[in-house]
Write a protein that binds this ligand. Structure first.
Ligand code: ADP
Ligand code: ZN
Ligand code: ZN
Length: 749
């Protein structure tokens, strides 16, 4: 008898042991799937085998495995290590990590019955009676003609077999005939259908091109990167937007695959980076796969299986989930826009950061890592300056165009002096006007956070709030509804104020929809389109808007964060930032960093190729240092400011953070549970424990939330602290009164 330790696809931290008969146990290895009974009803779950051994567990009746579907493991040894590292580093149950890694159609089990379905196509071939004279002699002229046509098409010759795969459609099109003679041939068993399993991933039919020749500066940067790689260091490439980083990535990837290795190219959000993907596809064609969110579950399985086989894709392009695929010979990982917060999965477990996992994975398998950004994240730049990473700087823009000129419009003064009434500074309107007159385009950016339009009663000031969350609802004029951006709840617009009965409402806050409306009035001859989660919530819609902007079908593009990423349009000469505010560290210790990064990224969309662009930065805080760093295009100044703040207040990179969210339907239980946990951590840990406090949104989807922040400083063992936190939470939840608490850990928030 063998025993196997397995991970169940459930949010559980421990392994479970099952028995398995000798003949199967001998074949099982780590990474195989096993169908196992679990729970009171012995439901079948697909678990992942971690180890196979002969040690009979003592003290309980061991159940047996029900089935083993795999000849070969579905997880490579490297993936098994990644799995357990993510689980322990991010304090996530092993089962959550398995569910996050493995495509759901490979998971099976009673809880997840859908299965991968291979795709087949049908072709025609000659059947037995095609070779019998008696059968052939009974055919009509039409049927004979069709048979001849088939032989000709398929390249059949008397001694050979069919050379080509002929579909029904191809045959009937060539023979110019209906189904009738074909059905007769099928009935007489002169022709028959056979099916072939095919892949669902479409082949690349576009043109292929070699990478562009690098400029002197690009070549120099590339050589420095290679030198860093030889020294076995992670390399941070700091280069302004449009400095030509992507071209360098392409060259490095090309080199890797020419010497037989695999490359992983990570992007923050695949939907927002269609242009970059296309540039890679043109070079790598069918050697490359884009592992994206719009992919079907069946397609995911096909990519997964191909990566496990002998002919894996050489280049994988994708968001953070792409690092979860099997790799057999990974030699290079490129993390583009490495500062982007989308790399962090923050809304579900495991709350991992794709960039940091990629660095771990690459180190584990001896691959090189290149992090690239125009606005590197503070921690990465700190690592580069302290010598942990190698720093390579790519100065200027590829085309030698100067970076855009930034004009600051002091909105507070403009309003106070009654120079403007609306939302736009005169200089912004002037620049848009100039752009339109010279056949150019403009991008207008509105940071959504904090500025969503809110419905307010004119008489008593009542604002609409979500029933389940402690947030105000967002007003959507075009669909005439109110919606909650936290729980996605949707509400009709009230006829009259529920508080005072008045029927007159006003809209507070400046959303993209309103900006679009105003611009349409101000520039009636220009086309104005909008790009945000409401106007483009599918990849196809997003692409359609960008495509027509590229074709210059409209001149002004208004949008949220969606317009800040990866767009490379020659026609854009003006970028307007509607509210360039620094929300500051009060909101979140990364708020200033994010504000800076967003503004620089969107500014980078102006004047990329043939002439210098202009950015108009509207703000009520013209003297704020963050705004000044944007104006002066001064990353280093920005870095010095933030790193000092982080040092003074002890935030990363000067400590490690574990955020703990304690949730319960009952506010009192949430508070007392959080207090207990915080007390326990304070007494048991030699580190700084902040809170519990109310987060900015303290109720989401009926759950009350309390927040505790653990700061791990100095030489304290990070894993020791995490273990203590986990155990403390577990023992709290063992008390019946607190059994209903949800406790969420977020490492490196
Ligand atoms: P980044 O990735 O730093 O934003 P890109 O690689 O997108 O910069 O380069 C900006 C623009 O310059 C792109 O339109 C790109 O096609 C062009 N470009 C960059 N390098 C070259 C090169 N070596 N030859 C020709 N065009 C280039
Ligand atoms: Zn009212
Ligand atoms: Zn809500």
């Amino acid at each position: 008898m063998y025993y196997v330790d397995v991970i169940l696809p459930l949010p559980l931290r421990t392994l479970f042991t099952y028995g398995v008969a000798d003949n199967i146990g001998r074949k099982l290895t780590a990474g195989c799937r096993a169908l196992v009974p679990f729970g009171k009803k012995d439901k079948g779950y697909t678990a992942i085998v971690v180890s196979v051994h002969n040690r009979k567990p003592a003290g309980y009746q061991v159940k047996n495995i029900l089935d083993c579907p795999d000849e070969k493991p579905v997880f490579t040894p490297l993936q098994m290590e990644l799995l357990s590292w993510i689980s322990s580093y991010y304090m996530a149950p092993l089962g959550d990590v398995v569910k996050c890694m493995l495509p759901s159609l490979l998971r099976g089990g009673d809880d997840n019955p859908a299965q991968y379905k291979p795709k087949y196509v049908q072709f025609l071939r000659l059947a037995g009676n095609a070779f019998s004279q008696t059968s052939l002699s009974g055919l009509t002229a039409k049927q004979l003609a069709l048979l001849d046509c088939y032989k000709e098409l398929s390249g059949y010759n008397a001694n050979g077999v069919e050379m080509a795969q002929i579909s029904k459609k191809a045959l009937l099109e060539r023979a110019l005939c209906s189904d009738v003679p074909l059905n007769a041939l099928l009935e007489r068993q002169i022709l028959e259908y056979y099916r072939v399993q095919v892949g669902r991933i479409p082949e690349y039919n576009g043109e292929l091109m070699s990478p562009k020749e690098l400029s002197v500066a690009q070549n120099r940067a590339k050589e420095s990167i290679e030198e860093a790689f030889r020294a076995r260091k992670v390399c941070l490439l700091h280069g302004a937007t449009a400095s030509g980083k992507t071209e360098i990535y392409i060259h490095l990837i090309k080199n890797v695959i020419q010497s037989g290795g695999q490359a992983l190219f990570m992007l923050p959000e695949i939907a927002l980076t269609i242009q970059i993907m296309k540039r890679l596809q043109v070079v790598f064609g069918d050697d490359m796969i884009v592992y994206h969110s719009a992919m079907s579950q069946n397609e995911r399985v096909e990519v997964w299986n191909r990566q496990l086989g002998n002919n894996p894709y050489k280049v994988v392009v994708g968001p953070r989930s792409a690092l979860m695929l099997p790799y057999s010979n990974l030699k290079l990982v490129v993390v583009d826009e490495e500062h982007d917060s989308s790399y962090k999965q923050s809304d579900s477990s495991p709350r991992y950061n794709g960039r940091d996992c990629a660095v771990w994975l690459a180190k584990k398998c001896g691959a090189d890592v290149l992090l690239g950004s125009a606005t590197p994240c503070i921690e990465s730049y700190y690592n580069a300056l302290s010598g942990k990473y190698s720093l390579v700087e790519l100065e200027g823009r590829y085309s030698n165009i100067e970076p855009p000129r930034v004009e600051v419009a002091d909105m507070y003064q403009l309003h106070r002096k009654k120079i403007i009434k609306g939302y736009f500074a005169p200089v912004l309107l002037l620049e848009i006007q100039k752009a339109l007159e010279s056949g150019r385009q403009a991008i207008i950016f509105q940071n959504r956070r904090g500025y969503t339009p809110v419905l307010m009663c004119k008489d008593c000031g009542w604002t609409a709030e979500c029933d389940n969350c402690s947030t105000t609802l967002t007003y959507h004029k075009s669909e005439s509804k109110l919606s909650c951006h936290y729980c996605s709840g949707s509400y009709p617009i009230p006829q009259c104020c529920p508080k005072c009965g008045s029927g007159s409402f006003t809209v507070k806050g400046l959303g993209t929809e309103r900006i679009q409306e105003q611009l349409e009035q101000l520039f009636p001859n220009a086309g104005v389109a909008r790009l945000d989660l409401d106007s483009a919530n599918t990849v196809a819609q997003y692409n359609a808007v960008l495509h027509s902007f590229h074709e210059r079908e409209f001149q002004i593009l208004v949008g949220t964060q969606m317009v800040t990423k990866g767009l490379d349009f020659d026609g854009v000469s003006v970028v307007g930032i509607m509210q360039g505010q620094n929300l500051g560290a009060k909101v979140d210790f990364r708020a200033s960093e994010r504000a800076y990064q967003l503004m620089v990224q969107v500014a980078g969309r102006a004047g990329r190729k043939d002439r210098r662009g202009t950015v108009v930065l509207q703000t009520t805080q013209p003297d704020d240092p963050i705004v000044q760093h944007v104006v002066n295009n001064d990353y280093k100044g920005f870095y010095r400011q933030i790193i000092q703040e982080r040092k003074d207040l002890s935030y990363p990179p000067f400590c490690r953070l574990v955020e703990i969210l304690v949730k319960h339907r009952n506010a009192g239980t949430a508070t007392s549970g959080a207090n207990r946990l915080a007390d326990k951590l304070r007494t048991g840990l030699g580190c700084n424990v902040l809170g519990p406090e109310l987060p900015a949104i303290d109720r989401i989807g009926m759950l009350n939330i309390r927040r505790i922040l653990v700061k791990i400083e100095g030489t304290l063992s990070v894993s020791g602290v995490k273990e203590f936190v986990c155990n403390s939470a577990d023992s709290l939840q063992e008390q019946p009164y607190y059994a209903g608490l949800q406790i969420v850990f977020n490492v490196d928030p």
